[in-house]
Design a protein around this ligand. Structure first.
Ligand SMILES: CCCC[C@H](NC(=O)[C@H](Cc1ccccc1)NC(=O)N1CCOCC1)C(=O)N[C@@H](CC1CCCCC1)C(O)(O)C(F)(F)C(=O)NC
Length: 327
């Protein structure tokens, strides 16, 4: 068996990517943000204060004949951007791209931070990182993909994200026609619960390859490509009008600049992010904000949507490896 669901950018900046998910019986369809950087499936619900839920589609467990409350269970999560949410837990049938998982933990939000209230493009998240990252207490719950994987033709899923266009999340199969180049696989380290890998070098534009070991995660839930300061400074050194803008908390440049590409090693291959994807969004007038920014020394780098848009990414749980193919 397999599943295939389309995704689309939430706004004109590709800030996040949204996929419709069916929950319960009869199906309640919610627009959710698939996030390979976390491991909780949580939704705005009938238990979310109505002032917070305004503008969001909600899940109402009492209207689903297949919902069951997980007694005594709770969850609470804080994300890298300091947004947060928490609540209690149900199980229900969750279908994505035509593939159904019964008994999926659906975490219902009784509290959401202001960023979630304001971001009406999503009604929750589908965590697709490793099960170890799940926050439910006293008993950790499995991700939708983990539950699905034993029934899928193959324990893999792929992310195909595009700039201002539809893409797909495919489960149980790899559609290599989505890529222009071969898939190169690298092993993941599972200790932190992420799809974490090491990239050994990078290059800017057509320049020479520079050795630099990057420990990073493939993260569909992060908008930008966040790397070490040395790499980021070296990149914007090549952008004549670039400057670090304290108010924007990142590098900005003249929107009319022709940005160099950025390449990173994946095993013995490289993935090249075109400069056009690094010209992320206008901030004001003729000033634009970069899609490559610092990881602020948080100890791990994040290959977010700006990097994933340049590739077909294969999340291979069976072989504990990550595949990257140029698009
Ligand atoms: C270390 C820096 C990471 C920042 C990252 N957030 C982001 O990348 C958010 C995502 C967003 C888009 C639109 C509206 C609201 C939020 N975007 C963002 O900070 N920016 C600011 C810069 O311009 C681009 C948009 C993050 O926390 N990602 C979470 C998942 C997001 C949480 C907020 C809602 C959207 C999903 C993550 O799971 O990927 C994580 F791995 F970072 C994490 O925190 N795991 C526990």
């Amino acid at each position: 068996q397999t599943g295939s669901a389309p995704n689309h950018p939430s706004d004109s900046e590709d800030d996040e990517y949204i996929t419709n998910v069916s929950i319960g019986t009869p199906a309640q369809v919610l627009p959710l943000d698939f996030d390979t950087g976390s491991s909780d499936l949580w939704v705005f619900s009938s238990e979310t204060p109505s002032s917070s839920a305004r503008g969001h589609t909600i899940y109402t467990p009492s209207k689903s004949s297949t919902s069951k409350k997980v007694s005594g269970a709770s969850w609470s999560i804080t994300y890298g951007d300091n947004s947060s949410s928490s609540g209690d837990v149900y199980t229900d049938t969750v279908s994505i791209g035509g593939f159904s998982v019964t008994g999926q933990a659906v975490e219902s939000a009784t509290k959401v931070s202001s960023q979630f209230v304001q971001d009406t493009s999503n009604s929750g998240l589908v965590g697709l990182a490793l099960d170890s990252g799940n926050t439910v207490k006293p008993t950790k719950q499995k991700t939708w993909f983990s539950n699905a994987s034993s029934h899928l033709a193959s324990p893999v899923f792929t992310a195909d994200l595009n700039h201002q266009a539809d893409g797909s999340y495919n489960f149980g199969f790899i559609d290599t026609s989505l890529a222009s180049g071969p898939i190169t696989y690298v092993p993941i380290s599972t200790g932190n619960g992420f799809w974490e890998f090491t990239s050994s070098s990078y290059a800017i534009g057509g320049g020479s390859s520079k050795k630099h070991s990057t420990d990073g995660i493939a993260d569909t839930g992060t908008t930008l490509l966040l790397l070490d300061d040395t790499i980021v400074d070296a990149y914007y050194n090549q952008v004549q009008s670039a400057q670090y803008d304290d108010s924007q908390e990142g590098y900005t440049f003249d929107c009319s600049e022709d940005l160099p590409s950025f390449s990173f090693a994946v095993g013995s291959s490289t993935i090249t992010v075109p400069g056009s994807l690094i010209n992320f969004a206008p901030v004001d007038g003729n000033t634009c904000f970069g899609g490559l920014q610092s990881d602020d020394g948080i100890g791990i780098s994040i290959f977010g949507d700006v990097a994933i848009k340049a590739a077909l990414v294969v999340f291979d749980l069976g072989n504990k490896r990550l595949g990257w193919a140029q698009k």
